[in-house]
Design a protein around this ligand. Structure first.
Ligand SMILES: [Fe+2]
Ligand SMILES: [Fe+2]
Length: 494
């Protein structure tokens, strides 16, 4: 007993040491990034230095130190806020990496455009657009507020108070623009619609620098109009730069943004197009599962777009032997190719679609989560139809495992949702005879309970409350989606 206690204590001690070391590394990274940004900011005023010696005077390094402290305070506040919002990423290096990459990139581009053209066009909103799409909308908005403030303060230090009008106009405009754009990030869904939204927001917020100029210098109409134009171009530039850098960052950090998921949902995608032609029944089933999975994921606080994409691709492996799956058959008993096969062979044909789906998704280099869900969506459930058929030919007890999917069981809530909705969608083909609402609810309840009773949800972290919510959602939405298949009398109509 003593031995176990001392082993636990030493493993806790080791875990604590590792955690402390990781926190120390992240703090050093934030300080180093702040220092690099401060040097970038100071070097951007290269016109102030006649010789290289001028850069190494005390005043310049004092400025670099002050700017570093301001930026370090800003970055650490942002980091701790981000951990608070994305608790799931608190142990993930991705969080610091995404924040750092977005901030350094934005600062470099702001300095480039700010010094080459003017401060109005500096693409300040870029950082929050990247962070909003890659991490979280709330973190994106807070990033924008902190970045804009830091930019304003450092512009004052480096460029002097004569740039106060330009930098304060850029500060206010970028904060308002970012809030509007990020709030609508998931509603826009495609990059084209987001660009249209950006043009509208850019036109509206261009009024702000014009009003500030009108207030300060009412005689100079040209300057006022130009400030509006540059401000509008700043929003367009930020969106254009986001279009360029977001796919690169999506790839580097392996994060699925709302845009990437939207593109994968497009029925123009080659793999989905091929599925529609090769296995039209499976294609229709996948789209129906996608619609239901989206609603169910939303109901339990999971990513609805991700659930929809996973559903669209979960059965692509059926393309290999499409005619062996019931949804692609004519319905005439004599056309069923399983008539000529022994149950063991039929099962191996059916079960193999899980690995085939996984391999196809991997070969297309789609996100890992889509491949994982395709492999997990049947878990380790048995193919009862062929198990019972095989049992009818023999007195011996058959090994159930030989008639079951190989697994693994669902490892995420999204995989569990796809498993439930897949089962319910397939079963809904045969529930036209249910006569009332209570029977319908019981039917859905039994399907979910059946999976739960054989332990399919024990590795994915889904709760009983989640399962009840999914059941309620399916009872509410399934009849409206399959009104021709499901006909029952609601309690109020009895
Ligand atoms: Fe399947
Ligand atoms: Fe399926």
């Amino acid at each position: 007993m003593k031995k176990i206690t001392s082993t636990n204590a030493s493993s806790n001690e080791t875990a604590k040491k590792i955690r402390n070391r990781e926190i120390a590394i992240r703090i050093v990274t934030l300080i180093a990034v702040s220092f690099v940004l401060a040097i970038m900011l100071r070097v951007s005023r290269i016109d102030e230095f006649n010789t290289i010696k001028d850069f190494f005077v005390g005043r310049v390094w004092l400025q670099i130190f002050i700017i570093s402290v301001i930026l370090a305070a800003m970055l650490s506040t942002l980091y701790f806020y981000s951990i608070y919002i994305r608790r799931d990423l608190r142990k993930d290096k991705k969080l610091v990496q995404v924040l750092t990459a977005s901030i350094v990139l934005t600062f470099a581009l702001v300095l480039l455009f700010g010094t080459l053209i003017n401060l109005y066009i500096a693409p300040l909103v870029l950082c929050s657009l990247l962070v909003g799409a890659l991490l979280d909308k709330r973190i994106g908005i807070v990033t924008n507020i902190l970045i804009s403030q830091a930019f304003f303060l450092t512009a004052m230090i480096v460029l002097g108070p004569d740039k106060i009008i330009e930098s304060s106009a850029a500060l206010i405009t970028s904060m308002i623009t970012a809030i509007f754009l990020i709030s609508n990030l998931d509603k826009a869904r495609t990059r084209f619609r987001f660009t249209v939204l950006g043009i509208l927001v850019g036109l509206c917020t261009a009024v702000i620098p014009m009003l500030i100029n009108l207030l300060v210098n009412p005689e100079d109409v040209i300057a006022m109009l130009m400030s509006g134009l540059w401000s509008f171009l700043s929003v367009i530039l930020s969106i254009a730069l986001q279009m360029i850098f977001l796919p690169i960052m999506e790839y580097i950090f392996r994060i699925n943004t709302i845009f990437r998921l939207g593109e994968l949902c497009s029925l123009e995608n080659p793999l989905l197009k091929k599925l529609a032609v090769t296995a039209p029944g499976t294609f229709n089933h996948s789209v129906a599962v996608g619609n239901l999975a989206e609603i169910c994921a939303d109901a339990i606080g999971e990513n609805p777009q991700l659930a929809k994409v996973c559903a669209y691709y979960h059965d692509v492996g059926k393309m290999k032997n499409a005619e062996y799956f019931i949804e692609n058959q004519s319905g005439l008993p004599e056309d069923n190719p399983h008539n000529d096969l022994i149950p063991e062979v039929s099962v191996s044909m059916i079960v193999s679609h899980v690995q085939a789906s996984y391999d196809m998704i991997k070969a297309e280099k789609l996100p890992d989560i889509i491949a994982d869900v395709s492999r997990e969506h049947h878990g380790t459930t048995p193919v009862n139809y062929f198990l019972y058929k095989a049992q009818s030919y023999t007195e011996d007890d058959l090994n159930k495992l030989e008639f079951s999917y190989p697994g693994p069981k669902p490892q995420s809530k999204i995989a569990a949702i796809i498993m439930i909705v897949d089962t319910v969608e397939a079963a809904s083909r045969a529930i036209a005879n249910l006569s009332n609402h209570d029977q319908f609810r019981k039917f859905i309840h039994n399907l979910i309970k059946g999976k739960s009773d054989i332990g399919q949800f024990e590795e994915c972290g889904i709760t009983f409350k989640d399962l009840k919510t999914i059941e309620d959602t399916l009872v509410e939405f399934l009849p409206s989606m399959y009104h021709s298949r499901i006909q029952y009398t609601k309690p109020s109509e009895k």
